[in-house]
Structures are given as structure tokens and as C-alpha cells.
Write a new protein. Sequence first.
Length: 269
Amino acid sequence: MSQQVEQFFENLWNDYIKLTPSAAKVHQVLGQGRDIINDHVAFRTFNKAPVRLATLAKHFEAMGYKACGDYTFEAKRLVAKHYEHADPQLPKIFISELLVEEFSPELQDIVTQLVDQIDPSAVESAEFLYSGKHWQISSNDYERLLEESEYAAWMAAFGFRANHFTVNVNELPDYESLEQVNQTLKTAGFRLNSSGGEIKGSPDVFLEQSSTMADSTPVRFSDMEKVIPSCFYEFAKRYEIAPEKLYTGFVAASADKIFESTDAKSAAE
Ligand code: OOG
Ligand code: NI
């Protein structure tokens, strides 16, 4: 792995743990001081120039990543792609984008105003992927987005950064099953996303996933500060599709539920 790529992931992680202090605690609880290997990192965006999925993905392609799977989420009006690298040390990348034109004119107007505030040249640097939000937004507009799309509201509040990292459970010493990982996390006080059950997927689809509910963090809107759900940590256990060959894709039905880990309503308690 080049030093540049290593630095990129280090910066991405440092930005993520600032908003997600529980991620560092997850490492402590599951890794007991040893390194944790990540299965993937996920990003979100809007399908509007200059921040379309395909544009953001160019930074990963420049690092040697290749496009692998395509996913559609009809109810949430999202599409996604995943990218893999030949270096097994590097996490897979999952990028989704909101199909903005499928929402109300009001949502489209708010999102257009946000995206118009981005300096297009900023997108050309890989640092853009952990640069946060490039706009001002009022708490009213945030609430308005939340009514139609939790994803749009999350993007408006947090912008461009890792939405989550994912522990590679296959590489976790001391754990045989995702169930055991979940139990340890719950005992340590973490709240898991239970939408569709704590474990999404099964050995039949070659992938099991679980996730924490997002941490809460204060966000400054143009008119006031609000405490809202930020980012979460995910856990993935992969199964063999052939001898010695683990499944490397994602499962749309499971991913659909993982998206809800930043849901404000369930995070409110
Ligand atoms: C992505 C949700 C899907 C997975 O691993 O299936 C996902 C998101 O919440 O942005 O990460
Ligand atoms: Ni994920």
C-alpha cells in the first residue's frame, strides 16, 4: 500500500472518530488493544454534479480500486456501487447516492442550494472525501429534508466523510460468530440497530451484518445548534462461495436496513 493511500485512510479514520467517539471504544472492546481489520468503508452523496457517485469514485479508481457490484434501493430512492482493491489489506468501498429528482420539488430545491455552494475544484482532491459539509443549512431545512429522506438530512448535516467503518469479523481473533460480537457489544453498553433483526443476512446469502445505532453529536446549523445522529460502526462476517473464497459483495436487502442506523427516530430513544 502506498504511503499516500495509507495517509488517506488515516485521515478518513481520524475525521470519522471525531464524530463517532464510540468507534474508538468498539476497537478497545473487540480488539483488546490489537489492530482491527476493516471490511469496508461507506460513503453517501447526492446524484448531482459535481458530487455524483461516479465522480467521487474516481479518487478510489486512482488508488487502484475497481467497480464490482451495483445495488438499487427503490423505497429509499438510492443506488449504490462497491469497489474492491487487489491489496487485501485495503477495505472495500461502498458508495451510495440519493436519486434527488425522485423527491418533491421542495427537497430538490434545498439539495440544489446545498450542492451549488460547493466549489467544484474542491471535489478534484481526494481530501474532499473527508471534508464535511460545504454549505450553510438552517435547522428548518434540515427538518424539512428529514420528513422525506433521513439520508438527505444526514448528508445536509454532515456532508462528505465516512458514514461508517466496518469491522471484518472473519479476521477478529476470539470471535467465532457475529452473534458473539453483538453480545459483547451489548454487554459493553452499545445499542444495536434492530431494524430487520440485529443480524441482517445469513450464511445463505454469504454475508451477515450488524451495526451500532449512530452516536449523537451537536451540529451547528445557520440558526441554532442541534444534537443529531452522526455515524455508526458496522460488523460483517463473510462466508465462502467456493473453497477458500469468501463472498466479497453486498446484500441489498440487508444494506436497506443498515442505512437506518442513522435514523433520528430510532436514535432518539
Ligand atoms: C450504507 C448502508 C449499507 C452495507 O454494508 O450494506 C451498508 C449507508 O448507511 O450509507 O453499509
Ligand atoms: Ni456497510
